[in-house]
Design a protein around this ligand. Structure first.
Ligand code: 5GP
Ligand code: MN
Length: 336
């Protein structure tokens, strides 16, 4: 493991740098990556953000977005960049399986690997780790990394601030989740001072739905919501056919699960969706209910206590039944 002084020294000279983040990047994945990108280019580095998959329109506006390389669309370019990189930053994930086929390329690369992340159970593939599970967002850690660890607060310009604000805002669910500490608000204030236009960022992320997305949400809430009062659990399960019928696009399912969780007595909510090659589960919980435990134990996934995800190769209806069959063993925690 390197120490921060060695990392700072490495970054003193222009380097070839790759920044990558997890499959289906969310606001924090992109915000932290592009925030770091906009910082590194000011230092004269040749930096590129490479993401394993596409991402929704409501995240496609951040400064530097047009420079992002989607691995599956430009495999050759991406692999050359990874191969030639001197440093690789891995942001908002901590196991290489989260970046799909890119994972092995990154593992085999000779670059110095720096992990900046706030998820549990990191895999041991990095050379330097800026990791804190108490951070509400990776973007928060990137802020502290630049401002405090590298002592470069002056380089947090409008572009850096805009991306980092977007990351913190989305991962804290608009400054609502328990990890939104006073420090997070202070950092948000610093970012606004540095040029982030907070109200505009909220507009761009939350008020930019397509009509299809809203109609799909309406369908989920009117026709698909199943409330299991005995277990204080709500489930929304959606088939591939329904996804097609509502012309859903990447990102349209984002946040649907939160509506299920917003019912007063509900402690656990699941959004279960049939994708082309697998069934994907998104779990959300209130209080100390460990949604990540269910994902890790039964659905080859993981995540945070209150927001976790997983997958299954079984048919949708069987996954729903399996999920329901797990609930009795958690009944005590669910009906507290
Ligand atoms: P989402 O429901 O939005 O897909 O995921 C919620 C959170 O669960 C993510 O922020 C991520 O931390 C975690 N997560 C989702 N899918 C996986 C997965 O397959 N593996 C792991 N380890 N975590 C996941
Ligand atoms: Mn995050």
């Amino acid at each position: 493991m390197l120490d921060i002084a060695s990392v700072a020294e490495l970054l003193e000279q222009p380097r070839r740098i790759v920044i990558t983040t997890h499959h289906k990047p969310d606001g924090d994945a992109l915000g932290s990556s592009l925030g770091l990108y906009n910082y590194l280019i000011q230092k004269g580095h040749h930096a590129k953000v490479i993401v394993p998959s596409d991402y929704p329109d409501f995240l496609s506006w951040m400064p530097g977005n047009e420079e992002v390389i989607i691995y599956t669309d430009h495999i050759q370019t991406a692999e050359t960049l990874i191969e030639e990189a001197e440093l690789i930053f891995c942001l908002d994930f901590n196991t290489l399986s989260r970046i799909n086929e890119m994972g092995e390329r990154v593992r085999n690369s000779h670059a110095v690997k720096i992990m900046i992340d706030h998820h549990l159970d990191p895999e041991d593939f990095d050379d330097f780790r800026y990791w804190d599970i108490n951070a509400c967002a990776t973007a928060q850690l990137v802020y502290v990394f630049i401002a405090d660890a590298l002592n470069n607060k002056a380089l947090i310009n409008k572009d850096v601030a805009t991306c980092l604000y977007a990351g913190i805002m989305t991962d804290s669910a608009s400054f609502r989740l328990p990890k939104t500490t006073a420090e997070v608000h202070i950092i948000a204030a610093e970012l606004i001072n540095a040029g982030a236009v907070n109200w505009r960022i909220h507009e761009l992320v939350y008020n930019s739905s397509s009509e299809n997305r809203l109609r799909f949400l309406g369908h989920c809430l009117s026709n698909k919501l199943e409330v299991l009062n005995e277990y204080n659990t709500a489930i929304i399960a959606v088939t591939k056919e329904e996804m097609q019928r509502f012309h859903t696009e990447t990102g349209d399912t984002e946040g649907v699960v939160n509506y299920a969780l917003s019912i007063a007595n509900i402690r656990l909510a699941a959004f279960i969706v049939e994708r082309t090659d697998e069934v994907k589960l998104s779990l959300r919980s209130k209080g100390d209910f460990p949604a990540n435990e269910i994902c890790k134990k039964y659905f080859s996934g993981g995540g945070h206590r209150n927001a976790a995800g997983g997958r299954s190769d079984q048919p949708l209806n069987e996954v729903v039944e399996q999920f329901k069959s797990i609930l009795p063993s958690y009944k005590k925690l669910l009906i507290q």
